[in-house]
Write a protein that binds this ligand. Structure first.
Ligand code: GLV
Ligand code: MN
Ligand code: MN
Length: 345
């Protein structure tokens, strides 16, 4: 087992449970940041934490006055998440930056915190104003496109826009045995109708998706009519117009949490050329998942993303997430080549 694989394993096991359990703000995420800081220090990088807790390791360039070039991803996971989501981009970044060595521009490896709940780590980094000039995030695809195309790697063209909201339904709690059916105000029935509306609205808009992922019923007893339901909606679309239509159809009001973004044409071209150098098809594809790269791109950083093929039909946010060692090795090679060029120009 190579260093990268061992590190992925260590990170995967930190939180215990059936999958990755490095929930943002929890002990396992904190421990993951400490471990990555140790690895960066061992590799001779200068390690720093920003006010939010994001970790940045720097390998100073020969022209440190130039804007920096960073690579990395996030260290938190969803509950029982996969082995690769976020973590792969961080451990691969360490390998790639070591392989590049000293370049003209300062190279940085970044491990963002708190991505899964809405890219809070990268948003904090943007608010803090200490950004690189260029950023490349390596990440598993988390979908089936590359597997279907038999392509190990892909270059991301754009990142979906998204909005998350909590919706509350108020009804009247009452006795499940004595309240006639025509005298009920059941909050869960109203919520159930809304869940179906969420699905129908997203289906009616090309490229849109929407999910109700959490639903809490109060008081939550077998013999009590639900008096209150809280649910979450995660709504996404490839552009602001379609996301706006979706939010309107769901009565969620305006307001995009994470703007849809196109990634930088120059960085994309560099990544495509690296795939060609490796004899791979230069596949390009959009991302339906949100990423810290999208936040940096929206803040004006020249940003690119390299996707690595997800196996098992592209399943992600699940312990069944799988990517092969061979594809990871190709991805590290492509990332190394891209960083070398981006840091010397
Ligand atoms: C991040 O994983 C997302 O929800 O897109
Ligand atoms: Mn991720
Ligand atoms: Mn994720």
């Amino acid at each position: 087992m190579g260093a990268l694989d061992e590190r992925l394993d260590l990170l995967y096991r930190l939180g215990g449970g059936a999958g990755a359990n490095r929930i943002a703000g929890g002990d396992a995420e904190t421990r993951a940041c400490e471990l990555v800081s140790e690895w960066l220090e061992e590799a001779g990088l200068e390690v720093e934490r920003d006010a939010f807790g994001n970790v940045v390791g720097r390998l100073r360039g020969s022209r440190p006055e130039l804007p920096e070039v960073w690579t990395g991803s996030h260290l938190d996971s969803v509950p029982d998440g996969g082995r690769y989501d976020g973590a792969l981009g961080v451990v691969a970044a360490i390998e790639a930056v070591i392989a590049v060595g000293r370049a003209e521009r300062t190279l940085g490896v970044v491990a963002f915190r708190d991505e899964e709940r809405g890219c809070n780590g990268s948003l904090a980094a943007v608010a803090g104003g200490r950004l690189p000039g260029r950023f490349v995030e390596l990440h598993v695809e988390q979908g089936p496109v590359l597997e279907r195309l038999d392509a190990p790697l892909g270059v991301v063209t754009s990142i979906v826009g998204s909005t998350r909201r909590e919706v509350v339904f108020e009804g009247a709690a009452g006795h499940a045995g004595t309240t006639p059916m025509d005298a009920r105000d059941d909050a869960l029935v109203a919520a159930a109708e809304y869940v179906l509306r969420v699905r129908a609205a997203a289906r009616a808009i090309d490229g849109a998706v929407a999910t109700v992922g959490r639903l809490e019923v109060e008081p939550g007893a077998v013999n009590v009519i639900p008096g209150r339901v809280r649910l979450t909606v995660d709504a996404r679309a490839p552009d602001a117009d379609r996301l706006g239509q979706l939010l309107e159809a769901l009565d969620l009001g305006p307001g995009i949490d994470l703007a849809p973004v196109e990634l930088d044409p120059t960085v994309r071209a560099v990544l495509r050329e690296e795939l060609e150098r490796l004899g791979l098809p230069a596949v390009e594809l959009p991302s339906g998942a949100g990423h810290d790269a999208g936040v940096l791109a929206a803040a004006g950083v020249e940003t690119g993303m390299l996707f690595v093929r997800s196996l098992n039909g592209g399943v992600s946010h699940s312990p069944d997430e799988l990517t092969s060692d061979e594809d990871v090795a190709l991805a590290v090679d492509a990332l190394t080549g891209a960083l070398r060029r981006l840091a010397d120009s």
